[in-house]
Design a protein around this ligand. Structure first.
Ligand code: UFG
Length: 332
């Protein structure tokens, strides 16, 4: 199967490219490097010892993306590309709606035009808004609290309508929980621009003394220790979920939704303590006010992905923390 990986130089995209190449998939990668670096393409080749075609293309640019479809005989696509910072989406909603919706529309139009109606879409647990119940199953109530989340939910709806209009489509919507960690080679990992918004990249920068201390956003939630609880999943486990989704689409059409998480919730303080213990580093922190829009707890029931895709996570929290740090140490 020849898979177009849109946003393949990004954090989850690059790890997925490695997993696909290691499992004999053929890939074609496009990225505009808006939130990733060109070196990543060579690193993917270095890790896997495999070659592939890369095109520097903005997925919103229909003409440029169509050139890729003309040159390559694509069987389906994974759509990773999109803006993903919650706070920024509140400040710049038009930028988020424009980029995230347009790139999805352009890609779907081309998949339709070139008769390769298979797509794996990067959605997010953010589509559950304030969780109706825990653990979250795919049929839980959907709602969003920020423009970023709304773009994910809108694209899910677009894909749903597309499938209703034509059952020739094979669609897997993957709702990611909190991906962290890095490939064991230390060659690829999470590399956000500027001051990170997310917990693990922030912890890493504090441990590396690039930032003085971590702010823990609230310790008065109704959780095990009062701090926020999330379902952290190793990025390599998450990446493998895409391969399993493609395997399903290779066999049958359909519209499928899957939670990709471990099913375990860890608190912010558990994350800090585990990171310190596993890597033998210091991570000073201070309890701060709650962050606007945060929820107390969020973790997956990933039984559906297990039953229908054979999705099982392999990496422990210790592995996630060790690999995140290994990436920094190797790239100092
Ligand atoms: N946290 C801190 N300090 C920080 C950063 C985060 O205490 O500096 C806490 C948060 O309050 C939360 C937990 O760490 O309790 C995780 O926060 P992240 O920002 O890492 O992750 P979120 O769960 O808030 O957000 C993630 C993705 C979003 C997605 C959301 C819901 O980053 O894209 O999950 O699925 F929308």
């Amino acid at each position: 199967m020849k898979v177009l990986v849109v946003g393949g130089a990004g954090y989850i995209g690059s790890h997925t490219c490695v997993d696909l190449l290691n499992n004999r998939f053929e890939i074609v990668v496009v990225d505009n490097f808006s939130n990733s670096k060109p070196e990543v393409i060579d690193k993917i080749k270095q890790i896997t010892g495999k070659d592939f075609n890369f095109y520097e293309v903005d997925a919103c640019n229909q003409e440029a993306l169509e050139e890729v479809f003309k040159k390559e005989k694509i069987d389906g696509a994974i759509h990773f590309a999109g803006y993903k910072a919650v706070g920024e989406s509140v400040e710049k909603p038009l930028m988020y709606y424009h980029n995230n919706l347009l790139s999805a529309l352009v890609l779907c139009e081309l998949l339709d035009k070139y008769n390769c109606r298979k797509i794996v879409f990067s959605s997010s647990a953010t589509v559950y808004g304030v969780p109706e119940r825990l653990p979250l199953t795919e049929d839980c109530r959907l709602s969003t609290t920020n423009p970023y989340g709304t773009t994910k939910l809108m694209i899910e709806k677009i894909l749903e309508d597309l499938y209703k209009s034509n059952n020739d489509w094979g669609i897997c919507i993957l709702r990611y929980f909190n991906p962290i960690g890095a490939h064991s080679s230390g060659l690829i990992g999470e590399d956000p621009n500027g001051i990170p918004n997310n917990l693990m990249p922030y912890i890493v920068k504090v441990a590396n003394k690039e930032l003085p201390e971590l702010g823990v956003f609230g310790n008065d939630y109704d959780t095990k220790d009062g701090t926020g609880v999330r379902d952290y999943i190793h990025v390599c486990d998450l990446a493998h979920g895409h391969l399993l989704a493609l395997n399903k689409l290779a066999k049958e059409n359909g519209l499928n939704y899957y939670n990709l998480g471990t099913g375990h919730g860890y608190s912010v303080l558990e994350m800090v303590e585990t990171f310190k213990r596993v890597n033998n580093v210091d991570v000073p922190y201070k309890i701060k006010e709650r962050r606007a829009g945060d929820i107390a707890e969020c973790y997956a029931d990933a039984t559906k992905a297990l039953n229908e895709l054979g999705f099982k996570t392999e990496y422990s929290l210790e592995d996630m923390c060790a690999s995140a740090w290994n990436y920094v140490v190797k790239n100092k």
